[in-house]
Design a protein around this ligand. Structure first.
Ligand code: UDP
Ligand code: MG
Length: 139
């Protein structure tokens, strides 16, 4: 399945640090079209479910409390090869390892508070997009 879409969140650290505008600019300048977008805040239950795949990892508790610590921006983006191209645009999970010119290199604080989420597969992009948006909100 190739959807040409991915799902992203601008995470609480980047919102708190005033980077929403610059991050959206990097995303649209890289050729991604916004198909849905909202400024919102995750409940503990939503964050636990969104990151359920990491439930057994040692950082899970900290990740859930960080992701619920403040507002986020959630969005569905479209571009040819969206998932892989967006992962390249955001850079490595740990900003210390992220390439120059990536969003995490520019704006992430550290490996946990790393500014943005990007889906890791077409299948997860669809699941994650539907987790945050109703059919009517997706264009
Ligand atoms: N994370 C963390 N410590 C780690 C690995 C990951 O706090 O050692 C957090 C970080 O916010 C990351 C999220 O958990 O973005 C999901 O981890 P994943 O391995 O899926 O990284 P990503 O796909 O976001 O690059
Ligand atoms: Mg991931």
């Amino acid at each position: 399945m190739t959807t040409n879409r991915t799902f992203t969140m601008i995470k609480p650290d980047a919102v708190e640090n005033g980077h929403i505008g610059n991050i959206i600019d990097m995303v649209t300048s890289a050729g991604f079209e916004i198909k849905a977008m909202k400024y919102t805040r995750l409940s503990k239950e939503q964050a636990q479910e969104f990151y359920a795949v990491h439930a057994e990892r040692p950082f899970y508790g900290e990740l859930v409390s960080y992701m619920t610590s403040g507002p986020i921006v959630a969005a569905i983006l479209e571009k040819e090869n969206a998932v892989a191209d967006f992962r390249a645009l955001i850079g490595a999970t740990d900003p210390a390892e992220a390439a120059e010119g990536t969003i995490r290199k520019a704006y992430a604080e550290n490996k946990g508070r790393n500014a943005v989420h990007g889906s890791d597969s077409d299948e997860n992009a669809e699941i994650e997009g539907k987790f945050h948006f109703s059919a009517e909100e997706i264009h």
